[in-house]
Design a protein around this ligand. Structure first.
Ligand code: SF4
Ligand code: SF4
Length: 291
């Protein structure tokens, strides 16, 4: 890379807000006075495919592409994407990785073994490269704050620790670029992400066989785009998308609680949980939250 220019990679899967996050980073860097170039690839995003963006900044930047082994920071919105892209980070650089796992649909034909084939969450993977590592549960943090879709802002908050620009530029970019009405939650998410100072590793991996006991399928219809991923991967044929593109539960009794549909939905539109009297979303008390 030209003297003085630096690089950042953002990687995730469709529906996680990688492109929006990339625009926010680029905007914040420009507000701080840098020349910035940005590039993105999101070909299979609608089907849960990989989405990534390269950003370079400095006094003068000619190309957006970050060469292998040169990125200052990798922001991975999903664990396998962190493992896939870590080679782009320079020795001594930083990796901010969400521990959320989103298994590609093609890898889910055998739900009892997918976890063995999925890379285990292990911060030591990066130790040999002397990388500064932050493993975060951005999804849980954003959910606690009130909107799971603000998870990308949590990640940006943690990334901000490794990019030397003032928070005022980050916050102005977030306030300008996030969807109208979500500025407050996204700024709160950014500040929560900013508090993450150390690597954190979860106590236990997810259970590939789901959880025991009764469970409910909750659909957030206002977030569902009818892409059909969930119904195609459900081993028990519990779900279907009708001719109008609306997802319905066709066989609730057959659901084993394996959570494949929840894990694979790129839009966080399904929640598999133990039965509860009040649904989490809105005031709907049935197991299908409507728009
Ligand atoms: S709930 Fe199913 S159909 Fe709706 S967006 Fe998620 S994966 Fe696609
Ligand atoms: S949790 Fe239930 S509805 Fe979802 S994929 Fe598994 S069996 Fe199907």
């Amino acid at each position: 890379m030209p003297e003085g220019s630096r690089g950042l990679l953002l990687a995730g899967v469709g529906g996680q807000g990688v492109i929006l996050a990339s625009m926010i980073v680029a905007d914040a860097l420009m507000r701080a006075g840098h020349d910035v170039k940005q590039s993105e690839v999101h070909g299979m995003a609608q089907r849960g495919g990989s989405v990534f963006s390269h950003i370079r900044w400095g006094e003068r930047v000619d190309s957006p592409l970050v060469p292998l082994g040169s990125a200052e920071v990798l922001a991975a919105f999903e664990w396998a994407e962190a493992v896939r892209w870590v080679e782009y980070v320079r020795d001594g650089g930083a990796v901010v990785a969400d521990i959320r796992t989103i298994v590609p649909p093609g890898a889910c034909t055998d739900r009892r073994s997918w976890l063995r084939r999925y890379p285990g969450i292990d911060g030591e993977l990066f130790d040999s490269r002397h990388l500064k590592t932050r493993l975060i549960d951005a999804t849980a943090t954003a959910t606690d704050l009130g909107n799971v879709r603000a998870a990308n802002s949590v990640i940006l908050g943690t990334v901000a620790a490794f990019i030397d620009i003032d928070d005022v530029h980050w916050e102005a970019a977030i306030a300008d670029l996030v969807p109208a009405g979500t500025e407050k939650i996204n700024l709160a998410a950014f500040r929560a992400g900013r508090q993450v100072a150390e690597a954190r590793v979860p106590d236990a991996a997810q259970d590939p066989d789901g959880f025991s006991g009764p469970h409910e399928i909750e659909i957030r219809h206002d977030w569902c785009k009818g892409c059909d991923i969930c119904s195609r991967v459900c081993p028990e044929y519990c779900l279907a998308v009708d001719v109008d593109g609306k997802l319905t539960i066709v066989d609730p009794e057959a659901c084993t609680g394996c959570r494949l549909c929840e894990i694979l939905c790129p839009d966080f539109a399904i929640d598999i949980h133990a039965p509860r009297e009040l649904a989490v979303v809105g005031t709907n008390t049935t197991n299908e939250s409507s728009a």
